[in-house]
Design a protein around this ligand. Structure first.
Ligand SMILES: Cc1ncc(COP(=O)(O)O)c(C=O)c1O
Length: 435
């Protein structure tokens, strides 16, 4: 049985897909936190390069991928689409399960897709250094790699709990030439205030974002890079879905359900949006889209959709999104990249419109499926990715009960080679339920 669908380097998409062209109505604009008035896009230029600011509001359906970005993508893209045939057999399901493997990137996740684009745009606009946050370390290592590739400096504020849990992510970030700081830190006024309130603060993505923004605004020639949430980040990730559609064509398949994990929403959107676009254009049927989050950080399943800050110190513009509140500090689960209080406005809109179905699972159940997947397929899911894998396993089991031969597509956002501590706990039965 054929289980791998591989495109050639020359099949790399030359354009990203921009869903803003296909929404029923425009997104609610970001608001200036001081005036509560819509923020002029130019106000974002203190943080981001012009090209990314323009992409935030672009309305063209397709946006060219610059040739130097394509050249870096070609080092590992197109990534494989694989059929999890062994997993199907073990589950005894008539469902056909495919996964798009973003673990093939240099740093092991989808995050490089936007890191390379953002580093490139900053380079040509004269930025010297990028400041950023990272949760589990996937985004920090992706941006460190991208900055190293283009000769940019890079400072990464890493959420303290992950900094302590993942020494080899730290080493990788340093290997690519970036500086790494555990967050909250005494480097910034925001960090100092969180440490004053709680010297043992485990940190969160919201806090680390505040620190990175402060460092960017203060630093000379320094800008900020965000690894998720914003429209331009989701745009860059659509290379995933665009490739997958061509690979499924090779397999002669079209998915009934697409599942992905959601932290800020970027890998999920990167996979799902091109499928949404195909359905919008009337070319294909719209699959079910299932967004999977941790029960301990239930942004989509429990959060309200309203204006909120993207960070905890409330430095960012207000975004209309699902949120648990900018002050929410999630419990220290293993899926550090899913510990975020907010959600991409694009994903939030699609949930509000009923296009995307959110579900939430506990990490104990998630890791049972991740262990099963690793043993069946020989590929270890990142703890974040494991959430998508668990949802797919549940769907496939339901197919077995009902004898339904559905096609399930998993967004496999990254591998878990730096997360073996979580797997050790899962195997020893010492993982904690946190919901
Ligand atoms: C492997 C992996 N998957 C998923 C995520 C969640 O981020 P997003 O929702 O932006 O894809 C992260 C974040 O760090 C990650 O490292």
């Amino acid at each position: 049985m054929k289980t791998s669908y591989v495109l050639h380097q020359e099949d790399l998409p030359r354009q990203w897909y921009n869903v803003l062209a296909d929404l029923d109505r425009p997104l609610d604009p970001p608001l200036d936190p001081r005036t509560q008035e819509p923020l002029a896009p130019d106000a974002l230029l203190a943080l981001f390069p012009r090209a990314c600011v323009e992409q935030e509001v672009a309305t063209d359906r397709f946006v060219d991928i610059p040739e130097p970005v394509q050249a870096v993508y070609r080092r590992w893209r197109p990534t494989p689409l694989q059929r999890a045939a062994n997993l199907e057999r073990i589950l005894g399901t008539p469902a056909r399960i495919y996964f798009k493997y973003e673990g093939a990137s240099p740093t092991g996740s989808h995050k490089t897709n936007t890191a390379v684009a953002q580093a490139y745009y900053n380079t040509i606009e004269g930025t010297k250094t990028l400041a950023t946050e990272t949760g589990a370390g996937q985004w920090g290592s992706a941006l460190a790699f991208a900055c190293g590739t283009f000769g940019l400096g890079c400072t990464v504020f890493m959420v303290r709990v992950s900094y302590d849990q993942k020494p080899y992510r730290r080493a990788m970030i340093r290997l690519f030439g970036a500086e790494i700081v555990p967050s909250p830190s005494d480097r910034t006024a925001a960090g100092r205030s969180f440490l004053e309130a709680d010297p043992n603060c485990p940190g969160s993505l919201g806090i680390a974002i505040s620190e990175a923004i402060e460092a960017a605004v203060r630093g000379d020639g320094t800008k900020y890079a965000l690894g998720s949430v914003l429209n331009h980040v989701l745009l860059h990730q659509t290379v995933i879905g665009l490739e997958t559609i061509r690979q499924l064509d090779l397999a002669g398949e079209w998915p009934d359900v697409v599942v992905g994990c959601v932290g800020g929403g970027s890998n999920f959107a990167g996979l799902v949006l091109p499928f949404f676009g195909e359905a919008r254009a009337g070319r294909r049927a719209q699959p079910r889209f299932v967004a999977v989050e941790p029960r301990s950080c239930p942004t989509l399943t429990r959060g309200a959709c309203r204006y909120d800050h993207g960070d905890t110190a409330k430095l960012t513009p207000l975004l209309k999104m699902h949120t648990l509140g900018a002050d929410f500090v999630p419990p220290a689960i293993h899926a550090g990249g899913l510990r975020y209080h907010g959600m991409a406005p694009i994903v939030s809109r699609l949930v509000a419109d009923g296009v995307v179905e959110p579900v939430a699972y506990d990490q104990v159940d998630v890791f049972q499926s991740a262990v099963l997947f690793a043993q069946a397929e020989g590929i270890v899911p990142a703890p974040e990715t494991a959430h998508a894998v668990h949802a797919a396993v549940e769907l496939a089991r339901r197919c077995a009960e009902r004898d339904e031969a559905k096609v399930i597509l998993i967004g496999f956002s990254g591998h878990g080679h730096f997360d073996m501590g979580a797997y050790e706990a899962a195997l020893a039965g010492t993982l904690q339920r946190v919901a």
